[in-house]
Ligand binder design. Structure first.
Ligand code: BDP
Length: 621
């Protein structure tokens, strides 16, 4: 699915800002459907409040019932469309697109249902031309109902538990149970836009690249919708605007001499190099000549996995990075530009060259910056908390396959994405996990043969039924935290054993995809005690001594858990959220951030083919 962009043939209107909002507090949460709230302005159905978009709704008010609300909420926005979008009704297509809404969405325009989508974290759109055309000057009313309920068959899974003991709970009392460790924020989390295309349009573009030192090939496929009679021309421009290759037709190959390859941050002095692929469509429709233009950024790079290495452009790549969350005060999981840019500045300050989108796909705007800055991404789907046999059943599997299709369709052209992760810490010791992961991974590889596929495990190497199907072993462990709490001295032995067992069994490269310890900022203790900043630092040092030995063999990466503190459900082990961040939730460094910074810059300098990079070479550091 193409990211909506303005081009000479496409216009775009952002619908961010304040929307009307109403949570359906009726017992079954279904009053909105029974009373058809979408048929009239939402304010006429009952009290509404202002709700910012994009943002989670949970932390916007002082109402604890809204913070923990489960069920249907309703959003509405009235918008006037430019007259020119509506006049030539046969040749302009108007599309309404949501970057993501959590979790199940139904959308109406002027009371007519135009879209229904299952799943958060991924975009969906609807052609609304037939609903809006012919009514210039009349505001167009967009109504969205969103349900954040998680069931054993959603991704992530969850379950609703009804508390029927009337001596303990009020009537109709229920809770949402989840098996993952982040707050289930909900709402319209990413930009909503209206955009236009001609009625014959470029629907999708797929690009893959291969390269040797002096020549690169860019393979492309363009799909066109609206007519079978069209012509396509393509030109690839470098960053100076010079055309370096041209092509035509819906599929082909462009040859680029002396290519500027896309390199990761700290691996090259000009990381994240992208060409622009301009695709031009011409078609006759309804007696008119239509033209559609779309420009796609293209990075030329290759990815290969051997039994001991991860190669980008043929050079060994070591992941020294982080796991993140989309999470912030007040706006929850809503896209927030200042926070996004701050995080990229912190990542580069840290010397991090990569992150995993734990535990769901991140906003396209974030992925764009990864492409542009050369931050390498392990792109994870929302397969987190898959813990019961029911969630390995066919219904869940079919949904998981669709989610992978949506994710690959969204991110397939991104040079920063070097590997797909289909899940985090599933109960892969359960026998049905074998067929489940075999199928999900094979499906993902069929969708995209150009990238390795993995899932992240915390199951013992001898019991894991999914590991045979992955290209890279990604393993999480919390020695001296969840196991042997307080005993830092067990880390070297246990971590070494972990690596050796996995490697002996599979001969595949290994990433330590999570390790960490909570620390409360400002809490000090020497000797180091759990939850102090010193303990978090000491834990890092123990892990790092083993990484340094094993990265000479087959360990190809280390991703700290976590980049920043983040909100979780309330519980006896969480003090206003998870505190394993090396930065606070407000992005202030804890002591551990400085330890990691020294290490990452050192590793970057050791493994770089460049003259030593110092922090002073990078102007914003
Ligand atoms: C890991 C999970 C991660 C948690 C982390 C923790 O993958 O989502 O937040 O543990 O407990 O098992 O801090």
């Amino acid at each position: 699915m193409l990211y909506p962009r303005e081009t000479p043939s496409r216009e775009l209107k952002e619908l961010g800002g304040l929307w009307s909002f109403r949570a359906d507090f009726s017992a079954g949460r279904a009053a909105g459907f029974a009373q058809r709230w979408y048929r009239q302005p939402l304010r006429q159905t009952g009290p509404v409040i202002d709700m910012p978009v994009p943002a989670s709704f949970n932390d916007i008010t002082q109402d604890p019932n809204l913070e923990n609300y489960i069920g249907w909420v309703w959003y509405e926005k009235e918008v006037l469309l430019p007259r020119r979008w509506l006049q030539d009704d046969l040749n302009t297509r108007v599309v309404l697109r949501f970057g993501s809404a959590h979790y199940y969405s139904i959308v109406w325009v002027n009371g007519v249902q135009v879209a229904e989508h299952e799943g958060g974290h991924l975009p969906f759109e609807a052609d609304i031309s037939s609903v809006v055309q012919g009514s210039p000057g009349i505001p167009c009313r967009i109504t969205v109902a969103i349900n954040n309920t998680l069931t054993p068959h959603t991704l992530p899974p969850g379950s609703i538990q009804y508390m029927n003991d009337v001596s303990k709970y009020p009537k109709n009392y229920f809770v949402q149970n989840i098996k993952f460790d982040f707050f289930n924020y909900a709402g319209i989390h990413r930009p909503v836009v209206l955009y236009t295309t001609p009625s014959v349009y470029i629907d999708d573009i797929t690009v893959t690249t291969t390269s040797s030192e002096s020549v690169a090939m860019v393979q492309y496929q363009v799909s066109v919708v609206g007519s079978a009679l069209y012509s396509l021309s393509l030109s690839l421009r470098d960053q100076e605007g010079k055309v370096v290759a041209t092509g035509d037709g819906p599929a082909g190959e462009l040859k680029v001499l002396d290519p500027n390859l896309w390199w990761p941050y700290l691996m090259h002095e000009n990381p994240g190099y992208r060409y622009s692929l301009e695709v031009k469509l011409q078609a006759q429709a309804n007696g008119a000549l239509l033209e559609d233009v779309y420009t796609l950024p293209v990075g030329i790079r290759t990815v290969h996995v051997t039994s001991t290495q991860f190669l980008i452009n043929g050079k060994p790549f070591y992941f020294h990075g982080v796991n993140k969350h989309e999470d912030a005060d007040i706006r929850g999981k809503g896209l927030d530009w200042p926070l996004v840019v701050k995080d990229f500045n912190l990542l580069r300050w840290l010397g991090a060259n990569s992150f995993r989108t734990s535990h769901y796909p991140y906003a396209e705007e974030i992925m764009d910056l990864c492409d542009a800055y050369g931050i390498v991404v392990i792109d994870e789907c929302p397969g987190v908390g898959i813990k019961t046999a029911e969630s390995f059943g066919n219904k869940s599997l079919q949904h998981h396959l669709v989610v992978m299709e949506e994710l690959v369709r969204r991110d397939k052209n991104r040079p920063s994405v070097v590997m797909w992760s289909v899940a985090n810490e599933p109960a892969s010791q359960l026998p049905p996990a074998a067929y489940y992961f075999k199928t999900v991974i094979a499906h993902t590889k069929a969708l995209d043969p150009s990238r390795p596929v993995t899932f992240v495990t915390d199951v013992n190497y001898a019991l894991d039924h999914g590991a045979p199907y992955v290209d890279v072993i990604c393993v999480n462990s919390y020695f001296s935290w969840y196991h042997d709490p307080g005993h830092l001295e067990v880390i070297p032995l246990q971590l070494t054993t972990q690596f050796e067992n996995w490697y002996k069994t599979y001969q595949k490269p290994i990433i330590q995809s999570e390790y960490g310890a909570d620390s409360v900022p400002g809490l000090h203790s020497d000797p180091p005690l759990m939850f102090s900043e010193e303990y978090q630092k000491a834990m890092l040092k123990e892990y790092h001594s083993v990484f340094d030995k094993k990265r000479k063999e087959y360990v190809i990466g280390e991703l700290i858990w976590n980049f920043a503190d983040f909100m979780t459900n309330q519980g006896t082990t969480r003090v206003l959220g998870n505190k394993k961040g090396i930065f606070t939730r407000q992005r202030q460094p804890k002591s551990a951030a400085f330890v990691l910074r020294e290490r990452y810059w050192k590793i970057a300098n050791e493994s770089s083919c460049l003259p030593p990079i110092t922090k002073s070479h990078i102007c914003f550091l």
